[in-house]
Structure formats: structure tokens, C-alpha cells
Design a binder for this molecule. Sequence first.
Ligand code: M6R
Length: 613
Amino acid sequence: MCGIVGYLGKNDAHPNIIAGLKKLEYRGYDSSGLAVLNGSLNIYKMSGKVEDLCNYLQSQSLCGQIGIGHTRWATHGEPNDINAHPHTTRRKDLALIHNGIIENYKELKEKLEAKGHSFDSETDSEVIVHLIEDIQDTYSCSLEKAVQMVSKKLEGAFAIIVISQQEPGKLVAAKRNSPLVIGVDDGEFFLASDKLAFPRRFKKAIFMEDNDIVTCKQNGDLILSDWTGKLKAPIIQELGDHIINDYEKGEYEHFMLKEIEEQPQVIKNCLQGRIDVNYLEPKLRGIYENEVKFLQASKMTIVACGTSWHAGIVGKYLIEKLAKLNVEVDYASEFRYRDPIINSSDIVVAISQSGETADTLAALKMAKEAGAFTYGVCNVEGSAISRMTDAGSYTCAGAEIGVASTKAFISQICVLGVMAIQLGLLKRKITREEAREYLQEISQLPGLIEKTLKSKGDIQKIAQKYFSASDFLYLGRGVNFPIALEGALKLKEISYIHAEGYAAAEMKHGPIALIDENMPVVVVANQESYKDKIFSSVKETKARKGKIISIVKESDTLISSESDDVIKVPNCSDFLAPFISVIPLQILSYYIALLRGCNVDQPRNLAKSVTVE
Ligand code: M6R
């Protein structure tokens, strides 16, 4: 979490940094700051949003062509002005920003304090800048040499950028287990946690590897080395234009609504090149290039967190049904700390929008070490997970800015749906004709979702009726069970209403005690299978005066007849049911959060990429 940027070039650093920080606010938004070098070092930082910092800076004269900026998601120390980055030392001639967690900071801090260093903040990050000063004082070495030596002492995760008044005209950065990308453009450098933050003119980038140290100089030189000082040839990659348009909110008030409405196009992008015109062959390259691995696998384990974990459960239902392959779905955070049984014949799939979630990365490392074949289902191209896996499929959702995941989820289950069909064919568990039917169905999704989105107005009215409830239950069965979990997560994360998702039949084993006339119960019921069983759950809820909001097919009469409010979605097969039923749940959460006056795109306490444990 936290977003960091650094600029060095021929233009004023300050506006470039602020623009970059605004684009990185999805990573954390509890405090922000920047430092600009212009003969002397000027540092400004405060709690609050980047907009607050921006307003404050209007009254300052800030010129200088080199600078760094930070937007924070607090880990060590509450979000206040002192704990905000950049950090410096008593001499105030060094400024440093950090994303990550330094696990051995206490021990390092004690040693520095014994040497006379005193600390202002409660952060782990401040220790790094003191270490740099200490090493420069001891060895009279350059900033890059000091950063190199310091990075050897640090345990944990870090992406740091540092500038020094004593060595103007350069900016030094290093990283391990936290992302850092260097944008290059005609003598200008823009470093950021995410390429999204780059100004439009930056079309080329270098993705830093773990333990890389880079020095960017005002004369246009870029020196890349590993932490032993061994020089490396930078690999410069061209960036596509799409990274720029995804960041625009356009006519929408919130990214979340924009991203919900983008879903038909997202599915088209995701399916492009993966289904041929005759619907004969699903073509996930990561699978057809590794067919033997998939044929020999006796088990697939999916590791993920949050919404991506819910997508994993949808994947389990689809893959087990079509390919008859045993699929386990694990929270990455649990997988990494228990003793999971991983065989070299296993396939471990990591699902992650950001491709940098710390727990998912760690689970993946474990799976690799155990010799499993690893597969990534990631959205962000070039992300750590996508680089670490043996093969994978990008979900092609474009940049997702709203903290609540919507279009990334639909793209994840879309990839998993195609994967299920492809594996089913490969393992001869479905016929070509059946595969063709599934592929034809999945190709209908953009149109069906388009139609589902038309219920927005009706859902808004339902939100009006229930927005002041303090608790919600979400029930679903089969492949709609993970959709119930996802609906509950969407509601709680953006509206702060307590919500729980359950497999409908589990209700009578405990949650039914919660039901009374104040409890809205969202029943996800747009599939044919389990219809009668879901109906029983509805009756049981009604008998206890619960309020039923049902998601049903257009043709449904049974469940609608017992519902207080009905959201009708287009008729579709059970295979497509979760793709459609999740849409009204996203819209319902959005409108409820809006009515409660919540910050939909930047909910409290959250950040988009969870790069810490
Ligand atoms: O980037 P990832 O998909 O690995 O992120 C996992 C979760 O942090 C994420 O899905 C989170 O639960 C979302 N905020 C949910 O909307």
C-alpha cells in the first residue's frame, strides 16, 4: 500500500508529483507529502487527502526540477502530519519516501538511537533515512552506495526513493517486494509505484526487479545495478495508450459506477483472441502451451484474497463441473502459514487484480518452492505475480481505480469460465459440441450484462428503501454462493453496513437466529438448479419476518411471489448465472453507500493494493 512517485527532468517537479499522487490515491489516502530540491530541500506533508496537500501548496512558491511524493496507508503510527512521508533527519538534507514494511526496524532503530540519532515519527520508514545518513557519515560514500548498503540491512518489503541536498541532480531508488516502475522520456524520469501515475507523455518504462538500485541523473543518465553494485542493462518496455484513458472518470461521479458499466466491454476485451469465430476452441495460451501439466495434474489449488478469492470459488464450481478436476480454494494468508500439501504434479493458480497482494505472492512462492506448476490470473500487466508464475492469463479489465473490485471480478470469472471449458475439452470431460455451446453462451455475456445494467433505476429505488438497515444477509447456492459472499463484501466495504454471505442451506444452522423484521435478506436465485431449495430458504426467512430482496430470472414467478422486492435479470443458463447475478449486487451496494454519504471510491481504512501482511 502507499503510493510513491519521484520526478527528475527539465520541468517543475511539483505539478508532476501532485498529478501522480492523485492517480495513486487508490493505494492509500490518509496522508500525503512531497519534497522538492532546489538548492535547498523543501518538505511539505500532512494528514488528509492529496487534494488537501495541493490546496496548501498553492500558497507556497515551489520550484525545482527534482522531487518525490507520497500518499500513505498507515501501518506503523496513526495518520498524522509527523508520520506522513517524506521523512528526513535532523540535518534536513535528505528526504525519503517508502512503500512497504521494514520488519527489523525496531532493532535498527535501537542501534541508531545508541549512536545518537533521534526520531520524530512512529514509522518504520524513518529508520531508512537515518541509516542512509549514518552510512554516508561513516564511509563518506555517495547516495547510491549508501542506498545499496542500506538495502542489505533491511528486512521486509520496500520501494524507496531518496534525494539529497548534498548531491543535487540525482534521485536514487531501490526496491524489494514492493513495486516500482521507472518512466523514461527524453531526459525526464518519472518513478512510481504504478505506471498509471505517469504523465501522458511517458510511453516507455523500466519495471524494476527485486534488489535493483537505480540512479537517475539530471544529465539524462540512468544507472541500474543489483544490490551488490553489479551493473545491469535496463530493459525498456513500450507502454500502451490504454493506461491513460482508464484513469479518466469522464461523465461519471465515481470510478465504481464507471467500472460497473464498463463490464460488457471488459468481457469483450477478455474474450478477444480466446474464442474463435466458430466457437470451436477456447484458447488460453497459458493452458495450451502447458497441456501436459494440466493433463497430469491431480489437483488445482487456487490462492487469493478478498474478491479474488470469491472469484476462485466460482472457478472451483465451474472447473470441477466441466473438467472434473479437483479444485481447492484457499485464502492465500492461510495457505502460506499452514502446512499445505503441495505436490509437484499440482497446479497452483494465484488470482489477483493488482498482482502484488503480499499474501498471494507469498503463497505463490511457497507453491513454487514445492515444485508445483504455477499459473497467474492477474489484471495488472508486468505485476509481481504475473512475472513470478510459470504461465498465466491476463484478465484485460483495464485499470481498476475504485477500491471496491467490480470489473476485475467479472474478468477473473470470465477467464476461469474459459479455463473450465478448455480443461473440460482437454481432459475429454466435455464433447466438442458441449464446448461449443458453452463458448457461444459466454460470448452472449456482454449483451446480457448490458441488459442487466438497465435495472439501475429500479435497484436505486430498492437501495432507498433499505439504506438505513444495520445488517444484511446474502444467501446463494451452488455457483451463486460465492456471489452471495461477494455481494456482502461489496456492501460492507463501501457502506460500512454489517453484511454476511451464506450458502443458503447453512442459514438454519445459526444465522437464522438473526432474522427479524429489520433484516433485509438478499437471495441470489437466478439459476434453475436448487430453485426449490432456495424457495424453502425464502419461506423460512419470511416465516421469521425477514425482508426478501431477490435476484431472479425474468421468467421467475416462484421466488418473486414471496419476495418483498424483486430484481429481475435476463434469463440465462446456470453456467452464466454468477456473471449476471453479481451485477445488481454491485449496483445495490453502490447506491446504498451513496445514500449513506460514504466515499464510494475511497472507503475508510482500505487501500486498493494490499502489499503488506
Ligand atoms: O489485488 P488483489 O485482487 O489481490 O486484491 C485482493 C483483495 O484485496 C481485493 O479483492 C479486495 O478484497 C477488494 N477491495 C474487494 O473489493
